[in-house]
Design a protein around this ligand. Sequence first.
Ligand SMILES: Nc1ncnc2c1ncn2[C@@H]1O[C@H](COP(=O)(O)OP(=O)(O)OP(=O)(O)O)[C@@H](O)[C@H]1O
Length: 367
Amino acid sequence: MSDNTIIQFDQVTKKFDDAIVLDSVSFKIERGKFYTLLGPSGCGKTTILRLIAGFTEPSSGSIYFDGKVINDVPANKRQVNTVFQDYALFPHLNVFENVAFGLKIKKMKKAVIGEKVKEALKFVNLEGYENREINEMSGGQRQRVAIARAIVNEPEVILLDEPLSALDLKLRTEMQYELRELQQRLGITFIFVTHDQEEALAMSDEIFVLNHGIIQQSGTPTDIYDEPINRFVADFIGESNITAGVMIEDYKVSFAGKEFICVDRGLNSNEPIEIVIRPEDLAITVRDEGKLRVRVDSQLFRGVHYEICCYDEFENEWLVHSTKKATVGEEIGLTFDSEAIHVMRFNESEEEFDKRLEAYVEKDHAN
Ligand SMILES: Nc1ncnc2c1ncn2[C@@H]1O[C@H](COP(=O)(O)OP(=O)(O)OP(=O)(O)O)[C@@H](O)[C@H]1O
C-alpha cells in the first residue's frame, strides 16, 4: 500500500438478504484529496459511505484504514466523521452546543472545547454565531454548522452524503466553491456522494462512477469526461453522441458509413466499438464541407448556444451545441477534430459480439 493511501476496499461485497448491493468493489483513497462517489439512485453510494463510517459491515472482502483491516472496528473508534444529507443537527441546542457535542462526549476540558469550537467555526466563517439557535440559521449556514461539527473532531476523513441536495441552485453553487476551498485549506480527505454529474466534475480530484454496485470508472473529472469507458459513463456524465462503429486499425475508425482518423490505438483490428463525440465538439458547416452530412431535425436556443438535433443517412442522431444557428429541415455538414472521437469497447459477451459483427458485415455489404 502506498504511503498516501488512507482507505482501501479490497473486493468488498455487500448483500442485503440475497440482493447484492456492492459487487466485489476495490479502490484506494489517498490522503488529502477530494473524492466523489457519483451514480444514480440505488447504485450503492451511501452503502460505501456507511461501510467506511462503520455503520454497516461488509458481507465479504476487507476494508483497510491506514494499512489495517477495520471490518470489525466500531464506528466511534474510526478516524472518520459524516455530514449527513439533512445535517442531523440537534434543533434544541445552539450552534456552539451542536459543534461541541462530540467533544463533550469525549469528556474534554471546557477550555479546550471552547478553543476547538471557536477554531472550527472560524474555519467555516461562522465566528460570532455561537449562541444562535439552529432554526435561526439559513440552509447554507446549517450546512456549515454540520461541517464544523465534523471537523472539530479532527478526523482524517470526512464523509459527505449529498449535503447540498436540499439547497436551491444558487446556494448550491456557492457551497460547491466553499466546500472545495475548505477541503483544500484543511488538507484532509473528503469523500462526497452525489448523483449530480456537474457537481462531481466541478469539485473533485477523483470521481468514482458507480452503477448497479460496480465501479464503472474512476479517474479525474477530465479523464472521465473525455474518455468515458462505456456507454453508461458517457451517458451519465454530460450529453453524448454515441454510435456504433469499427476500429479498423490503430488511429483509424469507421462509423456512419465513413472512415476517420482518430487518436486511439491498442484495440483489435476490425473490432466493433462504440464511439462518443460530445455535442460541443461538433461544429456546423455547409453541406458539402462537413465530415458528416446530416439533416437538421430540431433546434432549441439555450442562451449560450443552440442545441441542434440532426440525423445522418443511417438515422443516427447527432446532437450539436453550436453558437451558429441552423435551419430546421436543411441539410448541413458537421466537422470535428480527430481528438473529438472517443473510442469505447463494447461490454458484451462473445456471442453478442459475433452477432453484431455479422450484422455489421451484412450492412457494410449492403452499402
Ligand atoms: N438496510 C438495507 N436493507 C435492505 N436494502 C438496503 C438497505 N440499505 C440499502 N439497501 C439497498 O441497497 C441499494 C443501494 O442503496 P444505497 O443507499 O447505497 O444507494 P445510493 O446510491 O446511495 O442511492 P440514493 O442516491 O438514492 O441515496 C438500494 O437498492 C437500497 O434499496
